[in-house]
Design a protein around this ligand. Structure first.
Ligand code: WT7
Length: 632
């Protein structure tokens, strides 16, 4: 009880940024407020000035912004190549020998790549892809572990104008197949394996399985790792063989600001995942600016984002943002707590990491291991700590602040989404912080908390989180499904509805409460209930299924499934395991329910829709709410 009170006292407190942050910060609180005002009053001018100052363009735009509801464009007719901004200009401006990435793995192996080396690698891969017939606009699926070749392959696609679609290497063959098929990818690039907790995980066989029936896939490029010597089929080619004799020069394709850069699939509340499409100019600018100011990047900083390029966080804050800004980043393959729970802290100590960006689920995992683990390491290089992926509970915030930040770092709790491309709500490092509240909208972002009709709710009242106008890195469409894109801008007035519930306090700080829709957030990963349910009914014994998210100490939410078996099927533990295995096969381990409960009936509306809300309320022992539409 005493402990609980102590935490409550801490939550109510405002945390002012430490001296160490204030002394260095690129923008002060006052400056932020002033610039924010400007960015809202004259948004186009604000972004135009930054686009001129911060990026290289082959040709200037005619117009900054055009909005034909619901579609919008930024930097109309502007020409650029994002890889020129990420690589060439640094190499030309004296940073050829600056380290771009330091890669490390669970065994402590290390590889360093300078901006100059990275540019050459990217160009060789780009030329290799060209030699396979890949042209501007073609889609390339990347299913690789967190190695330099993965990031370089993304950049190589961007170099020649091919659209990459990275699939997280934990997804199953059928999840991968769905994505390759939807994007109609000509080429899939993979690797033999990745290593997690000391165990090799085979990736190549997943790809084999996924492409079996997809005859439009022309080639599989395979990165063989140390010690591998696979016999490749006719339609397969070795990664290094492909690039070995390629030139290290490749003229960047001149891209229109609105030319597609990548597709990234993400789950929604219904149907199959949607292919969120991002374009070149606005995305480059917005990820550059957010990286610079939210992480307060200085020339000699070491930046570490613990995500994977399989997710948007990896695209924006491991690849495009950090490289465009020209910082040195750490990338670490493998698990956070292997060989022991000190792994991450030892990396911070060894490389003198200044800015560290991770997810609440990881923080809660380390809370469980205990503070003695980070305590063993010198973490004094840290200045800024970031959080992303799900609401950070105040207890975890404070633990992070005290045990990792040693009360001497700012925390930036960044709310954003696959669709938003970059950070939308946070406090910049020199801004006072409130544990559990993401904070304020970033430059150019008009965020609000509103009711169903789009009217602002009162301070501290729960409502829907919306963004009132398009921003430079907003998704442009859903690949092949424009109606799903339109939905984002039409559910609540003509605002962008993010799908989250939130509150806003008297100081304008926004607190994110979680999803408003049937999306579950497991360890910061979005999982659609509909997808898991259809994976469950793919099992021959299952007649019907419904899934809900329930609170979980470490994962934030975990999946619970309610399953109706077909007639005459006997309930056994083996059957449970079998059904779980079926979900693993359909979607991947991330989506496997922790718990399966066999039931006779599911609560449904008279029109036959499953009322997950009722299941959840029952499960958590909460009031059932309005059940007037319940069938029975
Ligand atoms: C959903 C987006 C953005 C990269 C990772 C996830 C939740 C994300 C926060 C945060 C509270 C957050 C939201 C959002 N979310 N960041 N700082 N505080 N919730 O990207 O897979 O597109 O998921 O993640 O619910 O809608 P994503």
């Amino acid at each position: 009880m005493a402990e609980q009170n102590e935490i409550l006292l801490k939550i109510d407190k405002i945390y002012n940024p430490p001296e160490k942050v204030l002394k260095k910060a690129l923008i002060s609180k006052e400056k932020f407020d002033e610039l924010y005002e400007k960015s809202i009053k004259d948004t186009e001018n604000f972004w135009e000035k930054l686009a001129e100052k911060e990026l290289h363009w082959f040709e200037k735009w005619d117009k900054v912004f055009e909005w034909n509801y619901p579609t919008y464009k930024w930097f109309i007719n502007g020409k650029l190549n994002i890889t020129y901004n990420c690589l060439d200009r640094h190499v030309e401006n004296g940073k050829r020998n600056k380290i771009a990435y330091i890669w490390t793995d669970e065994d402590g192996n290390e590889k360093k790549y300078t901006y100059g080396e990275l540019l050459e690698l990217v160009n060789k891969i780009a030329n290799g892809l060209k030699s396979l017939g890949i042209k501007k606009g073609d889609r390339v699926v990347i299913y690789m572990p967190l190695v330099i070749e993965q990031l370089a392959t993304m950049l190589a696609c961007a170099r020649i104008g091919a659209i990459h679609s990275v699939v997280y290497a934990g997804f199953s063959a059928s999840a991968l197949k769905m994505r390759i098929e939807d994007a109609k990818a000509k080429i899939v690039i993979t690797s033999t394996w990745t290593k997690r907790r000391g165990k090799k995980i085979d990736l190549k066989s997943v790809v084999d399985e996924a492409v079996k029936e997809l005859d439009f896939v022309e080639k599989i490029v395979v990165l063989q790792r140390e010690g591998d010597n696979l016999t490749l089929e006719e339609n397969e080619i070795d990664f290094y063989k492909l690039i070995k004799n390629q030139s290290p020069n490749c003229t960047p394709e001149i891209m229109d600001a609105e030319d597609p850069l990548f597709i990234l699939y993400t789950s929604g509340s219904t149907g199959k995942p949607k292919g969120v499409l991002h374009t070149t100019g606005g995305y480059n600018l917005y990820t550059h600016i957010t990286t610079k100011y939210v992480f307060d990047i200085h020339e000699d900083d070491i930046f570490w984002c613990t995500a994977d390029p399989g997710w948007i966080t990896g695209h924006s804050y491991m690849v495009y943002g950090p490289l465009s800004v020209g910082v040195t980043s750490i990338i670490a393959e493998g698990a956070p707590d292997y060989p022991d729970p000190g792994r991450w802290w030892s990396i911070i100590e060894k490389y003198r990491v200044n800015i560290f960006y991770t997810a609440p689920t990881a923080i809660r995992l380390f809370m469980k291991y205990g503070e003695q683990w980070p305590a063993k390491y010198d973490l004094s290089s840290l200045r800024i700590l970031g959080s992303v992926g799900e609401p950070i509970n105040p207890e975890a915030w404070i633990w992070y602040y005290e045990n990792i930040g040693r009360k001497n770092c700012s925390i930036v709790d960044t709310w954003w989404q696959t669709e938003t491309g970059g950070h939308m709500i946070t406090t910049v490092p020199a801004y006072p912080q409130k544990p559990g509240k993401a904070g304020k909208p970033f430059f150019g972002i008009e965020a609000d908390v509103v009711d169903k009709n789009g009217n602002p709710v009162k301070p501290n009242e729960v409502g829907y989180l919306v963004i009132k106008k398009p921003w430079p890195s907003a998704l442009r469409t859903c690949w092949g499904e424009p109606e799903r894109f339109n939905k984002y801008w039409s559910e609540i007035s003509q605002y962008y509805f993010a799908g989250d519930m939130a509150t806003k306090d008297e100081d304008g700080y926004i607190m994110i409460l979680g999803r408003a829709d049937d999306v579950i957030n497991v360890s910061g990963h979005r999982i659609g209930t509909a997808e898991v349910e259809s994976a469950l009914v793919a099992h021959e014994a299952v007649a019907e299924a419904a899934v809900i998210g329930i609170p979980h100490e470490i994962k934030g939410e975990s999946i619970k499934a309610f399953v109706i078996l077909k007639q005459g099927i006997e309930i056994t533990d083996e059957l449970k395991g079998d059904i779980k295995q079926c979900v693993r096969k359909e979607l991947g381990s991330l989506a496997v329910p922790d718990e399966i409960e066999f039931v006779e009936k599911l609560p449904k509306t008279r029109s036959g829709k499953i009322m997950r809300r009722v299941l959840k309320a029952k499960e958590l022992g909460m009031p059932l709410g309005d059940i007037s539409t319940l069938e029975d």
